[in-house]
Design a protein around this ligand. Structure first.
Ligand SMILES: [Zn+2]
Length: 390
């Protein structure tokens, strides 16, 4: 099955409009993919997702492995069936969550200078250094839910994602914080490439067995590009990933606003043009536009729903905090142009009231608006690419 086709390419940038094909359906790109970390997009029913124009859902391997466990999801018929969602699904590798809880740098300490030891990223607390360990075999960590011990290897990461059954899955990677030392990023580039190869080998073993048993199941594997903010590391990582026969690519790591366009542009200039590229964890409209012009096809981010639950809402004039008292008597919709359920039916003043009184509907309506805003924003960019206006 051909995974990706390009309908139109921009003449002035790397932007392209295309279609990702999966057994569960198509995704017209560029596309924003809502995040359903624990097999739910917080506060929204699947019908809401269809109404928003969501074309797929991205869930998280780390969380689903810990709860309810991939075996239960496999027994139910796979992630989409488990969620009752008639949409293509993605699962990310879970590596980022293991790292964001703290990578063990204690093992690296023996290899680095005294100054570097003092510079160990502050996102890793002293306690966390003791619960997350990484070496070439994989990542060991403790569950954030019950403290139980777990170990992700590239192979187990694929086995887990295999049972979760998403259409698009990601290889395990090492994801250091943006401000980590050059040597840490360099090491992560090489380790991520090795882990990616092992993920691909494992998936190919599963694919072979499927063919022998005549099982009709297609999972597309995306290899990950790392490298932080260093151009040569990003390029090296892209070349390593491009040399492998992945179905697509995930561009990982956090970016600063100033370098998102540049970093991603270097990477996508190297990656094969005929395969889709997913930028992990990017959700701000201006960042998405830059990333699309730099050749990315899909995006995911928890920001629109997280902000929507907290009352920070997108408008064409920038974000507003609906809890601000100036909205108490404002009976306009959140955004005049928006066609979402919230904007069609409710005023800023009503949302202000719901947020101020802590009503559960507040977060639901906020999430609906923010998600639709971003999805529609990307849909419009797609139309502009097709019309030759980008
Ligand atoms: Zn709206």
């Amino acid at each position: 099955m051909k995974h990706f086709s390009i309908n139109k390419k921009s003449k002035r940038s790397l932007a392209r409009a295309g279609v990702i094909h999966t057994l569960s359906g198509e995704i017209k790109t560029p596309a924003f993919i809502p995040v359903g970390t624990r097999a739910t997009v917080k506060g929204l029913k699947v019908n809401d997702l269809y109404d928003l124009g969501a074309q797929a859902i991205l869930a998280n391997t780390y969380h689903l492995h810990l709860r309810p466990g991939e075996k239960i999801i496999a027994k139910s018929g796979g992630l989409a069936q488990y969620m009752g969602a008639n949409l293509p699904t993605f699962t990310d590798s879970g590596g980022f969550q293991a790292f964001s809880l703290g990578a063990d740098l204690t093992k690296r300490r023996s290899k680095i200078s005294a100054k570097e030891k003092r510079d160990i990223p502050t996102h890793v607390s002293k306690n966390e250094r003791d619960i997350v360990h990484i070496n070439d075999d994989g990542i060991s960590f403790r569950s954030i839910y019950d403290g139980s011990k777990h170990f992700f290897t590239p192979e187990s990461c694929i086995d887990i994602q295999r049972l979760l059954g998403a259409d698009i899955i990601f290889s395990l990677d090492e994801c250091p914080p943006t401000d980590a030392k050059h040597s840490v990023h360099e090491n992560a580039v090489h380790r991520s490439a090795l882990w990616g190869e092992r993920c691909l080998a494992r998936l190919n073993t599963h694919r072979k067995k499927d063919r022998q048993r005549n099982v009709k199941k297609i999972q597309f594997l995306y290899g990950i590009v790392q490298g932080g903010r260093v151009r040569e590391l990003r390029e090296a990582s892209a070349r390593l990933a491009a040399a492998q026969n992945y179905d697509g690519y995930g561009i990982g790591g956090s970016f600063d606003k100033e370098d998102i366009g540049a970093s991603v542009f270097f990477v996508n200039s190297i990656l094969p043009e005929d395969k889709p590229r997913h930028l992990l964890g990017i959700g701000e409209p201006e960042d998405i536009l830059l990333a699309i012009k730099s050749g990315c096809d899909t995006f995911d981010c928890v920001a629109p729903t997280r902000m929507g639950r907290n009352g920070t809402l997108y408008t064409g004039q920038g974000k507003i905090n609906i809890t601000n008292s100036r909205f108490k008597n404002d009976f306009n919709s959140i955004d005049k142009e928006c066609d979402c359920f919230t904007c069609t039916n409710h005023s800023r003043g009503y949302l202000h009231h719901l947020f101020r009184t802590g009503e559960m509907l507040a977060g639901v309506l906020g999430s609906i608006h923010n998600l639709r805003y971003i999805i529609r924003y990307v849909e419009n960019i797609r139309l502009k690419i097709i019309d030759g206006k980008i």
